[in-house]
Design a protein around this ligand. Sequence first.
Ligand code: PLP
Length: 397
Amino acid sequence: MTDFTKTRAAFHVPDGVIYLDGNSLGPMPVAAASRVAQTLQGEWAEMLIGGWNKAGWLAQPTLLSDRIGNLIGAGAGTVMLGQTLSIQVFQALAAALSLRPERRVILSDSGNFPSDLYIANGLIDSLGQGHELRLVAPEDIAGAIDEDVAVLMLTEVDYRTGRLHNMKDLTAKAHKAGALTLWDLAHSAGALPVDVTGTSADFATGCTYKYLNAGPGAPAFIYVAPCHIDEIRPALSGWLGHAAPFDFAPVFEPANGIERMRIGTPPVLAMAALEAALDIWADVSMRDVRAASISLSERFIAGVGKHCPELELASPKDPLARGSQVSFRFENGYAVIQALISRGVIGDFRAPDIMRFGITPLYLNENDIDRAVAILADILKSRAWDDVAFKTRSTVT
Ligand SMILES: *Cc1c(COP(=O)(O)O)cnc(C)c1O
């Protein structure tokens, strides 16, 4: 059994804070501070450029990638870390389209995160081959998969509502129609069990700063199914994806295996924080995380249902149809979230009216949930949110 008291102690959550925003930016692992300081002082400061060899900076992405792989059911040598998620979506989508040159449709849903859709449109424009991004409502995806579809590009867990797509069934349906799949695991990795191998996903991407807690700007990952790795040429073909980067040859030659999905210099300081974040997962079972997440989410929904009748559940009622977040609709949701934050309960808001709460058992327990419900109920009952101070929008919501 996972010891959640131990994992809770592994995070720094400021005193008096109940952190329900780990779906957006996970809190800092205590060990990250010394691990990053060691990279700064012991490695960069002392070794200078020698750190690439002596401190293993160049090999770091490969080692950490396999540890990410363990969390998403990916075998060794199928995951590569680097860049941001938006860039990994570009890499994966470009590679997937190149494997279906006779097809022109990218199918996605209207609940997908905008960056994934913007990247798809940008890629379509730069390819200039007449591809089309076809968007349907999330519940209509299965029926929209046909033989025109080159790539089914979906985010498994909807960032607004937490609705969970059935990765296995939709992948099977796509494959039956001759299409490939690209799954964005931004709200899945570290949140619930994922099995990219068992579901036969072709490509997957995800970030490490949400449920994996590696810090703002932490590197993102790409997964490529073993059957495709040697078939694809990276669209963003940078020198570190070259078979022999230090030959400095003028023509790109892809490296063997997943190393070809590297692009440029890895973010070494961010990798250090990621390493500390991944250490926490060593004794954690994702099944236990899922069970605890469901139990805490059900408790939260029941509490809000009882004490905050103004709020409407925006997430699926069925816990098996949700990821690890719970959302509610409320017209004045932005102000309520600001009022909550002022009282130490941190959630976030997504336009037009969604209040989101990430449920993360690694550092949240039943007591936190009960306190969050009580504070939320008090804010609604007293209309404490109805104050100009809570209605001014910040740049980041
Ligand atoms: C969080 C998130 C992103 C963010 O991309 P970045 O490049 O890391 O800013 C992209 N896609 C999805 C589905 C996300 O949830």
